[in-house]
Design a protein around this ligand. Structure first.
Ligand code: WTA
Length: 646
């Protein structure tokens, strides 16, 4: 498909960009030919170190061992805050835009630094220190940046749990990392509705005996239950806190954070990222992928509960001294022009969002976009799932007025930062392709037996060589890290995605090849949803698959086998949905539930998800070979009873 529509680099963008086409190729070559020299230079250029590293890289992929800048010492907040004070203390670091369009505020670098130091002292006075895990369960409010950075200031490891996750999901994450200290808000707003954050914490805390302290940030200000002795008011604690706090000296390989993400099996994994390599990679990709320039207003719409929020709302931009916008709301509230209104209001130059949002807004028609100016925009970005060419074209043509390159960035929680992406001034674009590898990134495509394929090829996407932003472990379970990412194809990092490389060497991500779903850009494991469904005492078995959904990318389709003698009905469906909402999150609710007296299984008892996916997708003509099934008649029955997703 190299004959796909090609958009050449926009000359006006290339003329002033950090990286043009020649420079991309030259730097890329060098990053591959001499990675240690290349990454040394970048680490010097992008970060301030207290002590220089002794060696750049040591790795052993089959054992999942990766170390960068060994012996180097630094503190993340010195890089994100202190070093900016002399030159940009009064520059705005964070623009906060509330769910309600009349709410917004700003924090300068000086003010952010002051608040981070204060909260770091609050944590210290509560006994939190280096290496302790701190759970953060917050909406998109500016204080989230304060408490996250305060953890990094004192070397505590943050574990941010997306504010949309349920009390039970929160509990699992608190327990897994043994967090004893948690920060939440009283409540938050989302699209005009209230989210009861503190109530969820109270519920989770009942089953977390080690959780000693809950710091509550007042956001809505409504009355909430209070647990004396455990709960601490953020604002009162901040009032008396000291404004100076020496940064903890961290080793390059000391943990910075844990972030839970879904995989094919079991409970979500606590992906562990470390200090030096992660920060370098976040900062460098932020600068080059978005062609970030001094003075730009940069806006990534991701929630801080996801990796995109970590790397591209906070760490990357702040390390580069940028003005970063944090948005509490949703794209369609109060009206579907909200994104464009916010861009005009704050004169946003760079805008980074997810395909699901683009598709949802595209469906509302062009008029909502066209009634706004958007003339400040220079670069548009996309992340989280494959962007279909139609949505890409709309983003480019209608939102960007054909002036702004669209960078379709492929990466993962585990990769820490963007791996495959265009660079605005360097890469000709093909709608739907994440294009070319970033500096230092060596993708390969394997056949199912693990043989690398040359030239034009389609298969399994792996990375052959480490990069500094790569995850280092799964918290508390290194073997799981090895098993998940390094065992299937020894010598490679296995990403879990399929990809195609075209004649121009461009990569086209074809989606997950495992049982991970991508629903509205949210990563969910089918196993998590299935475990929630089987908790119901009338359910014998459940199998969950994804199906193509016009707005969400993927929808969720659940096949549920009830206990013998139980009749499926709407009440039971509602109960099952409720279970999923309580166990996982409202984002994991099935779009369809089909009562399935039998599931297609091999004779050894393995559910054949391939067939379930086809039925959910309404593709009955090509169900493939069903002869290996224990009971082929099951398939006909499932086809006859397919549900129309809501
Ligand atoms: C998918 C989000 C196609 C992919 C940063 C990956 C994408 C998973 C893209 C990681 C893209 C992310 N094109 N697919 N540009 N970006 N994905 O961990 O399947 O939430 O494995 O990280 O999202 O999701 P995660």
């Amino acid at each position: 498909m190299s004959d796909q529509k090609l958009y050449p680099v926009i000359p006006a963008i290339a003329a002033s960009a950090h990286i043009d086409t020649d420079r991309y190729h030259e730097m890329y070559r060098r990053s591959i030919d001499d990675p240690e020299a290349f990454w040394s230079e970048q680490a010097e250029q992008f970060l301030d170190w207290e002590r220089r590293w002794d060696s750049v890289l040591a790795h052993d992929y089959p054992r999942g061992e990766i170390q960068w800048f060994i012996g180097g010492k630094l503190n993340v907040t010195v890089n994100c805050l202190d070093r900016h004070l002399a030159t940009r203390g009064d520059q705005i670091a964070i623009i906060w835009e509330g769910d309600d369009p009349s709410h917004h505020s700003t924090l300068t670098y000086r003010e952010l630094h002051r608040q981070v130091c204060k909260f770091a002292n609050v944590m210290k006075s509560q006994g939190v220190g280096k290496g302790d895990r701190v759970c953060i369960y917050l909406p998109m409010i500016a204080e989230a940046a304060v408490v996250i950075l305060a953890c990094a200031r004192i070397g505590a490891i943050h574990s941010i749990v997306f504010g949309g996750f349920s009390a039970d999901a929160l509990r699992d994450r608190i327990l897994d990392a043994d967090c004893r200290f948690l920060i939440c808000a009283d409540e938050s707003y989302r699209g005009g509705k209230i989210v009861h954050s503190k109530l969820n914490v109270d519920k989770a805390a009942k089953q977390c005996p080690n959780l000693r302290t809950v710091v509550v940030i007042k956001h809505t200000g409504h009355d909430i239950p209070w647990s004396n002795g455990r709960d601490v008011c953020y604002h009162e604690a901040m009032q008396s806190a000291d404004e100076t706090c020496e940064p903890e000296l961290m080793d390059a390989e000391d943990p910075l954070f844990i972030l839970y993400t879904s995989g094919s099996t079991g409970l979500p994994k606590g992906v562990l990222h470390t200090t030096g390599g992660y920060l370098l990679y976040a900062a460098m990709t932020h600068k080059y992928v978005f062609d970030y320039r001094e003075g730009d207003v940069y806006w990534c719409t991701a929630d801080i509960g996801w990796i995109t929020g970590h790397s591209y709302v906070l760490y990357g931009p702040l390390c580069n001294g940028a003005t970063t916008l944090m948005f509490e709301g949703v794209p369609t509230y109060p009206e579907p022009d909200r994104f464009w209104q916010v861009i005009d209001k704050h004169r946003g130059n760079i805008f980074y969002t997810a395909p699901t949002a683009i598709r949802a807004l595209m469906a509302q028609g062009d008029a909502y976009v066209q009634r706004t100016g958007r003339d400040s925009l220079r670069v548009l970005g996309s992340v989280g799932e494959p962007i279909n060419p139609e949505a890409w074209e709309w983003y480019y043509r209608v939102v960007g007025d054909q002036r702004c390159p669209v960078v379709d960035t492929w990466w993962q929680t585990e990769t820490g930062g963007i791996l495959i992406t265009p660079l605005p001034g360097a890469t000709a674009l093909k709608p739907g392709s994440a294009t070319l590898p970033f500096f230092g990134i060596q993708p390969a495509i394997l056949d199912p037996e693990g043989h690398p394929l040359d030239g034009e090829a389609e298969g399994i996407l792996v990375l052959t060589f480490p990069w500094p932003g790569q995850a280092r472990s799964v918290y508390g379970d290194h073997q799981r890290f090895v098993d998940t990412y390094f065992s299937k194809f020894p010598g490679y990092y296995f990403a879990g995605d399929g990809a195609r490389r075209d004649a121009d060497g461009y990569y086209w991500i074809t989606g997950r090849i495992d049982d991970v779903l991508n629903v509205s850009g949210h990563r969910l494991g089918t196993a998590e949803i299935e475990s929630a469904l089987v908790l119901h005492d009338q359910v014998a078995e459940a199998a969950v698959v994804g199906f193509p959904h016009p707005i969400k990318g993927q929808g969720i389709y659940a096949y549920v086998t009830l206990n013998v003698g139980v009749e499926g009905n709407e009440t039971l469906k509602a109960e099952l949905k409720n279970l999923v909402r309580e166990e996982v999150s409202a984002i994991a609710l099935p779009d369809a539930i089909q009562w399935s007296p039998g599931l297609p299984k091999t004779r050894s008892g393995k559910i054949m998800r391939r067939i379930l996916r086809k039925i959910a997708a309404n593709e009955f003509s090509d169900l493939g070979d069903t002869s290996t099934l224990a009971d082929p008649a099951v398939v006909e029955q499932l086809v006859a009873n397919r549900q129309h997703p809501s």
